[in-house]
Design a protein around this ligand. Structure first.
Ligand SMILES: [Zn+2]
Length: 249
């Protein structure tokens, strides 16, 4: 049962939707791309405490709202060559705007500016050059986000691996070598949370079974009960990857 409630203006510092959930142990906040801020509370929660809860998390709310706003106002690609004006990593609630400036011929460079802005300058009319630069930046973002996420997941599920790295690969989402070295594809950044998690757990299970045997799949299922539907979904997961990141290689 969902119960929605619009906060009276003047009382709450931010507009929100209230959801009473019998499964909630305590009050928590979540931000959804289309529904905005949602306050989830257990039944019987004292609603007069919501304002102070919101104020307590003011910084987080502002930060995430800004990111969703940037995502919502996605402008079309700036140039005819299909280079992105916005880059979004949904699971990590990260959105970047990209500006291009044609200044010279032969090379391109890129700087990260405050407020998640990328400035690509130089020979930006050269799509291949600019694309290569964006892809190496993507690999860097993947190292920042995916490797710690893998580490956390491995710890939570009690898996051990020797090393992990990121590659921009054309046809594989991940791999695990006999030396228990895991490679993840940078493009995972564009996927929804449950698919990223599935790929990571799949590779972690390869640290135990180096094959796709029945024993392997039952181990994956043990750690990710949705693994079979996710595995099917992965067949069309390329749809999440923007063209500029797929075109490379
Ligand atoms: Zn596999």
């Amino acid at each position: 049962m969902k119960k929605h409630h619009e906060a009276p203006t003047g009382l709450a510092p931010f507009p929100y939707t209230l959801k009473v959930s019998p499964r909630a142990k305590s009050a928590r906040l979540k931000m959804t791309p289309h529904g905005g801020l949602v306050v989830v509370v257990p039944p019987g929660f004292d609603k007069t405490k919501i304002s102070s809860l919101l104020l307590h998390h003011e910084e987080w709310i502002k930060k995430v709202t800004a990111k969703f706003d940037a995502h919502r106002q996605t402008p079309p690609p700036l140039s005819d060559n299909g280079l992105p004006a916005t880059i979004v990593f949904p699971d990590f609630m990260e959105s970047w705007s990209v500006a291009y400036m044609q200044t010279r011929i032969g090379e391109v460079e890129m700087v990260e500016r405050q407020g998640n802005c990328l400035l690509v300058s130089g020979d930006v009319a050269n799509t291949a050059l600019s694309c290569r630069l964006l892809c190496s930046w993507l690999k860097h973002r993947a190292q920042v986000h995916l490797l710690p996420a893998l580490e956390k997941l491995a710890a939570a599920h009690d898996f051990r691996y020797d090393s992990a790295g990121i590659r921009l690969q054309h046809s594989r989402w991940g791999s695990c070598s006999s030396r228990r070295s895991i490679i993840l594809n940078s493009k995972l950044l564009f996927l929804p949370e449950h698919l990223i998690r599935y790929i990571m757990l799949h590779e972690l299970c390869h640290t135990v079974h180096m094959n796709h045997s029945r024993a392997f799949w039952s181990l994956v299922h043990e750690h990710d009960p949705l693994c079979h539907s996710s595995n099917l979904e992965m067949k069309s997961a390329w749809k999440y990857v923007p063209e500029w990141a797929s075109a490379q290689l």
